[in-house]
Design a protein around this ligand. Structure first.
Ligand code: ZN
Length: 243
């Protein structure tokens, strides 16, 4: 069975569609949250995700804020502006669907959380300190997270969290995970690792192999529509630079 792992779509439908086409046939999709926020297509992205096969999806901080679960003043000025725009754009039904998402899911072999297993909606795992502190906060071998928009893996090399190391992911290279790990696929709709292409993962359970992939999409079209919607300009221009 092939599983597609997506995170941080952020209302960017051309990026999501490029990933879905590039991924090919999958039987299952794990989505790590932040379907909305920043981008011009929040309803369309939610509807596309809702229609994906075998979907398991957790709630991100932007999803929670969009449905009023996080106070808008917890965000910076520009994120607040895009959240205010979202309020007026989101359909009732999509709002209800976002509100009903779990913050953390434990499946047979993996735990899914947007930020971290310890504080699923809000905490960033950016360094060894936060990764080590989170290693004992889930019981599966693997925890998948998003939120930082930075593709990478933290691996517990021996039996203690202190042995955790941090590695980047190489595009197109398959790998196997046989130690306790926290894996981040990067972002579909707003990459921040200086590569503007959409990032995602595929897991093939017959081969027990993971593969990290990137795909280009029509960034200018999205940039122009962010500007035309009156959303913060920085969220438009940063897409071309991938940060
Ligand atoms: Zn995000």
């Amino acid at each position: 069975m092939r599983t597609l792992i997506l995170s941080d779509i952020h209302g960017n439908l051309p990026a999501l569609d490029a990933v879905l086409e590039d991924a090919g046939a999958v039987e299952r999709v794990w989505c790590l949250g932040d379907i909305v926020g920043y981008g011009p297509d929040p309803n369309q992205c939610i509807e596309r995700v809702r229609g994906l096969p075998g979907l398991q999806c957790v709630k991100g901080n932007h999803d929670a804020a969009a449905v009023g679960e996080i106070a808008i003043h917890a965000f910076n000025y520009e994120a607040r502006a895009s959240l205010a725009w979202l309020e007026s754009e989101l359909s009732q039904e999509n709002r209800r669907w976002l509100a009903g998402l779990d913050e953390r899911l434990e499946l047979d072999q993996v735990t899914l959380a947007h930020g971290s297993p310890r504080n699923p909606v809000w905490e960033y795992i950016l360094d060894l300190g936060s990764a080590r502190a989170n290693m004992q906060m889930f019981t599966t071998q693997l925890c998948l997270v998003g939120h930082s928009h930075l593709p990478s893996i933290f691996i517990m090399e021996e039996s203690t969290p202190q042995s955790t190391r941090h590695y980047g992911l190489t595009v197109g290279e398959s790998f196997t995970i046989n130690r306790k790990s926290i894996l981040n696929p990067g972002s579909v709709g707003q990459p921040r690792d200086n590569d503007p292409r959409s990032a995602y993962l595929i897991y093939d359970d017959a081969l027990d192999q993971w593969i990290f992939k990137r795909v280009a999409y029509d960034i200018r079209q999205v940039r122009d529509r962010i500007l035309a919607a009156g959303l913060p300009k920085r969220h438009a221009y940063r897409l071309e630079e991938g940060w």
